[in-house]
Design a protein around this ligand. Sequence first.
Ligand code: 5GP
Length: 194
Amino acid sequence: MNCLEERILRDGVVKEGNVLKVDSFLNHQMDVELFNEMGKEFKRRFEGKDINKILTIEASGIGIACIVAQHFGVPVVFAKKTQSINLDGEMLVAEVESFTHKNKNNVIVAKKFLSEDDHVLLIDDFLANGCALQGLIQIVQSAGATVEGIGIAIEKGFQSGGRMIRNLGFQLESLAIVEDMNWETGEIKFREQD
Ligand code: 5GP
């Protein structure tokens, strides 16, 4: 069992509606030491890949992506969920349905930060149905850039996103894959990984 799985068992809370709450260490309060261990592990799993940029999505992906980026020595770009006056020039836009908020958002990246020369590692905190990742993949591809791999902290293996993304041929590495969780007993089971 890796340190993220141990931490999920210790501090994660299973909520009704297939939601795993990890806000005490991953996506509200953030344990930077844990993120650092996750960064080391992503570096090991994507060894040999030619990665020059990390792309994530606001807000929860940003903290993890920044620490991971230190292990790759590359910049981080995050997709924005709202248009603002600070977003200028040409933009890459994809529509994403939110698992947690049940609404649709455009995700936006300024064109100047992604080009056909970029080899991108996508990073996010959760993978559920895969909508967020599909949006990021669409943005990378519309820039003519290449998705070299996808690193996820927690994949909910009982939802469809992981299978769909792997079937598309991407190298998807999830540090913890929850196979099953029960909000009544609080029990969480992980998929065995090498
Ligand atoms: P997807 O687009 O794969 O359906 O969902 C991914 C996004 O939904 C993640 O970026 C994450 O913010 C959120 N999410 C999905 N499932 C969970 C969950 O069980 N717990 C939390 N905290 N966030 C989740």
